[in-house]
Design a binder for this molecule. Structure first.
Ligand SMILES: [Zn+2]
Length: 400
């Protein structure tokens, strides 16, 4: 075999591992052979080619909606979640170059160093665009309908769509998923969360709690406008998290988790679910951020997503994490960057760690002569302006 050996001022092995200053990486094609201090890697594999860059594993965008790329910049925020949803639905109804925008969005993901995604889709058309760019992960096939009849109809239509679409592409899987507790009939939510991998938007804004716990507020008005009988509107849980906690598990992605009380945090921790933070979307829609230090202190597994271009300026995980870094400067940058190495959360377990024998995808962030003391803070501080180069591509896990 011909092994390529690279050395760099910083090599970051990924989730849970300390960085190597003056580190080295041995690659056989796209496969990692060894990562470690330069001297040891060179002793085993020969002299290394120096590159002026930080070497790191490819990234995960654990929550986006590729099929909304054509709505970039078209859905104003600031008025809360219900006005944003209604503006989104109206903009989506007007249509646009949906396929062209998805193709450009998938290329943006590749350029942002993304090897795996959690992509929420109503129509499954995003899969072909992701597969073309070599991006793995999960298509969360979203179902909604607040009454039993509507949720059943939505579920039937989705099952038919999956039959017609066929296999989603290499490294991709499809997981039926509920949209949210204010939009999806609760027994249908339970069925999907219990069945295996799934994603749900949860506790995004306080209005969601007002609806679940008191059957009032903007979401109550919304479901009545959508045709729910007023007599059918009643409180159904203490909080959005409490409404679903018994069905959450290690394969669930809980997206947003901004409005949490102490009991919610404890329930999330017990469930083993991964919380996906989308701070720039939260800032756009409601102006509130998730409480990162509290979630970290509770030991809840975390990931990062950009949400869609209808509420976020880009699909780049590092730019999303830079927003958290600015908002929570006391949290170590290394802790924040690790949120983008959560391949296991989206069904792509090799993504996020330069493990020998795996093909996680490897990136180089050019240093241009800089020698940062903290490569993680340097990555986040320059996230918006720095191109990432692929040194090796991700090889999707083979699925049964
Ligand atoms: Zn979303």
């Amino acid at each position: 075999m011909s092994v390529r050996v690279l050395t760099a001022p910083w090599v970051l092995p990924g989730a849970g591992a300390e960085p190597f200053r003056d580190g080295a990486l041995a690659l056989d094609g796209d496969r990692v052979v060894e990562v470690g201090p330069r001297a040891g890697v060179e002793a085993r594999h020969g002299g290394a080619e120096p590159i002026d860059a930080v070497i790191l594993p490819a990234l995960v965008n654990a929550h986006l909606h590729l099929e909304l790329c054509h709505l970039a910049g078209q859905v104003p925020g600031g008025g809360g979640l219900v006005p944003w949803i209604e503006a989104l639905v109206a903009a989506r109804f007007r249509g646009g170059d949906v396929e062209g925008a998805m193709a450009r969005g998938a290329a943006m993901l590749r350029d942002a160093g993304v090897a795996a995604v959690g992509d929420v889709t109503n129509g499954l058309a995003s899969g072909a665009h992701l597969a073309r760019e070599g991006i793995a992960g999960t298509l969360f096939h979203e179902i909604y309908g607040f009454t039993a009849e509507r949720a059943e109809a939505s579920g039937r239509a989705a099952a038919e769509a999956r039959r017609c679409a066929g296999p989603p592409g290499p490294g991709l899987r499809v997981a039926p998923s509920p949209h949210a507790v204010y939009s999806t009939h609760l027994p249908a939510v339970a069925g999907m969360l219990r069945a295996g991998p799934a994603s749900i938007h949860l506790a995004e804004v306080p209005e969601e709690r007002e609806f679940v716990a008191h059957a009032r507020g903007p979401f109550a008005d919304l479901v009545l406008r959508l045709g729910l009988e007023p007599g059918a509107l009643r409180p159904f849980a203490r909080s959005p998290v409490a409404a679903v906690e018994e069905w959450l598990g290690p394969e669930t992605l809980v997206v947003h988790a901004v409005d949490l009380d102490g009991e919610d945090v404890a329930a999330l921790r017990r469930s083993g679910a991964t919380v996906v933070l989308c701070p720039r979307s939260n800032l756009h829609v409601s102006g509130r951020l998730p409480d990162l230090p509290r979630l970290l202190a509770a030991g809840i597994p975390l990931a990062v997503g950009t949400d869609s271009l209808a509420s976020s300026p880009s699909l780049a995980p590092l730019e999303e994490l830079a927003a958290l870094h600015r908002a929570f400067p006391a949290v170590p940058a290394a802790t924040i960057v690790a949120l983008a190495w959560s391949g296991g959360a989206v069904g792509a377990p090799s993504v996020g760690r330069l493990a020998p024998g795996a093909c996680p995808g490897v990136l180089a962030a050019p240093l241009d002569g800089a020698r940062p003391a903290d490569p993680f803070a340097w990555l986040l501080d320059g996230a918006a302006s720095r191109p990432l180069r692929w040194l090796a591509r991700h090889g999707p896990e083979v699925r049964a």
